[in-house]
Design a protein around this ligand. Structure first.
Ligand SMILES: [Zn+2]
Length: 219
């Protein structure tokens, strides 16, 4: 972590009267998604004054998180490993999974949402981002080559594209159908049912399960 990341510039400016360590903790908490400055201050105060074990265990858990939790070397799902060793996630280790059915998702959160639905018996590939012409994300920014390698290596017979039903998600799905189709596998798309523009993460399990079971072939 750089010195700059450790000491965000707004620490002193926005925290008059706050002890410096408390202000620093609040400033770091405010960097979490969805946490505003006031909430961050409330969290920091809670951690500084409430049950001591919570703060100490949280600190330890966060440190271990970065040492032992990282993306799966095979699929990009989040996985646990000893320091210095490559991580392989629980889905990739599960020998009962069908390696010939590959579900492609945009983000780890989408993979976790699909796992919650309980209907996916294949394995995954996490793209990490979606094609987004408006935000300047092109095909060359997606791990297409690694995905092709995976499709060939595992002799995948079906690629289920489970990117969200948004403009970017659909554009990504079309790109994948075009790139992967010629390699041989059937390329399918999750059925409608997940609201357009919606995030898979927030679709309920039944809806998402139906969208996967009702998947359709491209073209
Ligand atoms: Zn994996």
């Amino acid at each position: 972590m750089s010195a700059r990341a450790r000491e965000p510039s707004f620490v002193r400016a926005n925290a008059p009267g706050m002890p410096e360590r408390l202000a620093r903790a609040a400033a770091l908490l405010a960097r979490l998604p969805g946490v505003g400055e006031k909430t961050a201050q409330r969290y920091a105060l809670f951690l500084a004054t409430a049950d001591e074990a919570v703060a100490r265990e949280l600190g330890l858990a966060l440190a271990e998180l970065r040492d032992h939790v990282r993306p799966c070397a095979r699929c990009g799902n989040i996985a646990e490993a000893e320091a210095g060793e490559p991580a392989v996630c629980a889905v990739c280790r599960d020998t009962r999974r069908d390696p010939r059915l590959l579900c492609v998702v945009g983000r780890v959160q989408d993979l976790l949402a699909i796992e919650r639905s309980g209907v996916m018996r294949g394995r995954y590939f996490v793209l990490g981002r979606l094609l987004s012409p408006l935000e300047g994300v092109g095909a060359e920014d997606l791990p297409i080559d690694a995905l092709k390698e995976r499709v060939r290596g595992d002799q995948v017979t079906e690629v289920l594209v489970a990117t969200p039903p948004s403009v970017d998600g659909e554009a990504t799905a079309l790109l994948l159908a075009r790139e992967l189709g010629p390699l041989g596998p059937k390329v399918t798309r999750i059925a409608s049912g997940v609201p357009h523009g919606g995030d898979l993460e927030f679709a309920d399990q039944v809806t998402l399960g139906r969208a996967i079971e009702g998947r359709k072939s491209f073209g």
